[in-house]
Design a protein around this ligand. Structure first.
Ligand SMILES: [Zn+2]
Length: 174
């Protein structure tokens, strides 16, 4: 069973009063006026390209979407810009250094983990790297890599529709 985060707030986290009405954003406690917004979380994804115009895809090592294809990326940490988050995530997951990043597009997404679904805004960048020579998968996050042009079979096996749409958008821009 999965549940949206807004439906999981059955009680006020501050005063413990039972919520009269769940599922709305913001959550408003009638007892103590506590307010909480379930606004989308920012996430970044990189379409990583080398000097031969080859693309890099990851095979996910964990859920959601274990064994499926994806793009390097992840949630933006507090205090980060999209650009620093992107460079950090690409470095963590692939050991590659991003030399240039250009904004491509964004798509809304949802992320379900341990039965709770949150709203996410995925922001995609084209990431240039010198080469894939130093490629190294982050244990526990990345199972393996796929390098090259994406076939329809690969696009069909993406964990997230937003990632697939970003790749398709990138291919129309080339
Ligand atoms: Zn309260």
């Amino acid at each position: 069973m999965t549940q949206h985060i807004a439906d999981a707030f059955q009680f006020c986290p501050r005063c413990n009063a039972r919520a009269e009405d769940t599922g709305n954003s913001p959550f408003r406690c009638q007892e103590c006026d506590f307010v909480f917004y379930f606004s989308p979380v920012a996430a970044v994804g990189g379409i990583v390209v080398n000097s031969n115009n080859e693309l890099l895809f990851i095979v996910r090592a964990c859920d959601p979407g274990q064994g499926k294809f994806g793009l390097p990326g992840g949630f933006v940490d507090p205090g980060e810009t999209l650009e620093t988050s992107l460079s950090r995530e690409v470095m963590e997951e692939t050991s590659l250094k991003v030399t240039h990043a250009n904004y491509l597009c964004s798509f809304p997404n949802q992320y379900t983990y341990r039965g709770i679904t949150i709203d996410v805004l995925d922001v995609f960048f084209e990431c240039r790297v010198d080469s894939f020579d130093s490629l190294k998968a982050q244990p526990g996050e990345v199972q393996s890599f796929h390098i090259g042009r994406p076939s329809i079979e690969i696009l069909d096996r993406f964990a997230f529709e937003s990632n697939r749409r970003a790749v398709e958008f990138f291919l129309t821009q080339e």
